[in-house]
Design a protein around this ligand. Structure first.
Ligand code: NDP
Ligand code: HSE
Length: 446
């Protein structure tokens, strides 16, 4: 083994610590795969005095990133610090210094990736980012390489481990939301700012990356419709279960035809998934991605979506891949976004809906509420009134296939009903297996 490759890691928290541990534990087989000796020359952190999961000597551990930039022996910088400002400078400066970059930072790539990939291309360098989506699941390689000869029609799945953990615990053990979140944080699943997880930002960033790769068209994460799980109440999880569903936070992107133009429908929101659906069985910190393409048809990928070990595994795969072809063809890996496909507005989407309205328990209320939905052409599939006897009772409605705009309009009018005196409401979207096979054609824009 002649080649020696210097590595500088920036960030030694959950993921950085995992990468150091993995390199130490499996150095022999990693170097064999890489066909190179890997030398961990620097680990950059904010506070060198902080206690760490992995022991590091004083020459390796530093708070000075400039040391990495100056060292000609470092050819790969591994950015594992998170955030979009300092991390942007770190990646940019690393590229300008002629170093390849490996990152797990989906926020950085989804929000500021375009400029960085363009810079990498100009410099003839690679930004590798397998760990940025779904931790240990090799979904980036699957889309970029495995699916490169096909036409992807849809990509969807459970893209965030923290929210899947919270929803699993709440619905299976009746655990309280705050307690489930605290456990996810202790396990190193959550982002430093956990609202990024629970409000759906993290899943939207990942979906933007996946959709851009799948459809070869840049999907800006701010254009992805986003609804998180913070507003969900335990009773909605219970009612969903009684109806035969489990609630999952899904990221979904698919190609649709709108007025004979191909568009992308990309959204992140909680979904009622049938109890026997593949995604319903994906629990806790596990993620799953379903990719459907013209020739291969439906495919599924599942694994742990966060945590030190699964994420370190994906980071190391990128390091190995870079090391292998370091002195042959350091290909610039700009995601192939050669097209610009427009995105569909959420109010144009069609589907089935679950609605819970806390209403006054008095005669005529059901008729009044149903009337608003009827007038907007929204067909009601089931109605259940829960716990009669209280002054206010939850009224649970599921709809037939309807347009989002009509459902929202009917709900908004129902909320104004004096008779019904509507309190808290919840609107969730339902995914049915048979719906998946329906043509993805939307009506013309009104
Ligand atoms: P942590 O908060 O556990 O670790 C962050 C590390 O970065 C710390 O070691 C911290 O130093 C260091 N750091 C932060 N700011 C600076 C700075 N300005 N200069 C130098 N070092 C700095 O984060 P994670 O390991 O959980 O996440 C890292 C990245 O990986 C994020 O982009 C995240 O989204 C992504 N990711 C995380 C996954 C997970 O399961 N946790 C899974 C997939 C991706 P110090 O220790 O001194 O504070
Ligand atoms: N906070 C993220 C999650 C980490 O929970 O999925 C993995 O990207």
């Amino acid at each position: 083994m002649q080649k020696k490759i210097g590595i500088g890691i920036v960030g030694c928290g959950v993921v950085g610590g995992g990468v150091v541990e993995l390199l130490r534990r499996h150095r022999g087989s990693i170097e064999e795969q890489a066909d190179a000796a890997l030398e961990l020359r620097y680990v950059v952190v904010r506070d060198t005095n902080k206690a760490r999961q992995v022991a590091l000597d004083d020459t390796t551990l530093t708070a000075d990133f400039a040391q990495v930039l100056r060292d000609p022996q470092v050819s790969i910088v591994v950015e594992l610090m998170g955030g979009t400002d300092v991390a942007h400078s770190v990646v940019r400066e690393a590229l300008l210094a002629g170093k390849h970059v490996v990152t797990a930072n989906k926020a950085l790539l989804a929000e500021r990736g375009e400029g960085l990939f363009a810079l990498a291309e100009r410099m003839g360098l690679t930004i590798a980012f397998e760990a940025s989506v779904c931790g240990g699941i090799p979904i980036i390689r699957t889309l970029c390489e495995g699916m490169s000869g096909d036409r992807v029609r849809s990509v969807r799945g459970i893209l965030n481990a923290t929210t899947n953990f919270i929803l699993s615990r709440m619905s299976e053990d009746g655990m309280d939301y705050a307690q489930a979140l605290a456990i996810a944080q202790r396990r190193g699943l959550a982002e430093g700012t956990p609202t990024l997880d629970v409000d759906g930002h993290d899943a939207a960033q990942k979906l933007a990356i996946l959709a851009s790769l799948a459809f070869r068209s840049r999907v800006p994460c701010e254009a992805v419709f986003r609804q998180g799980i913070a507003e969900l109440r335990p009773l909605d999880l219970r009612f969903a279960r009684e109806l035969g569903y489990v609630v999952k936070l899904l990221g979904q992107a698919r190609l649709v035809e709108r007025a004979s133009e191909t568009c992308i429908d990309a959204r992140v929101h909680p979904v009622l998934v049938k109890r026997d659906h593949l995604l319903a069985a994906v629990r806790d910190e596990y993620n799953a991605v379903l990719v459907d393409a013209d020739f291969v048809g439906p495919t599924a990928y599942q694994g742990r979506g966060a945590g030190a070990h699964p994420t370190a595994s994906a980071v190391m795969a990128d390091i190995v891949a870079l090391a292998r072809r370091m002195d042959t063809c350091p290909r610039a890996a700009r995601p192939p976004c050669s097209r610009t496909i427009p995105l569909v507005a959420m109010d144009q989407i069609e589907g089935r809906y679950y609605l819970r309205l806390d209403v006054a328990d008095r005669p005529g209320v059901l008729h009044a509420i149903a009337g608003h939905f009827g007038r907007h052409g929204v067909g009601i599939a089931t109605v259940t009134q829960k716990k009669p006897g209280d002054a206010h009772v939850p009224l649970v409605i599921t709809t037939h296939q309807a347009r989002e705009r009509d459902v929202q309009a009917a709900l908004s009018l129902a909320k104004q009903s004096t008779l019904a005196d509507v309190g808290d409401t919840c609107l969730l979207r339902i995914m049915d297996d048979d719906q998946d096979d329906e043509p993805t054609t939307l009506g013309a824009v009104a």
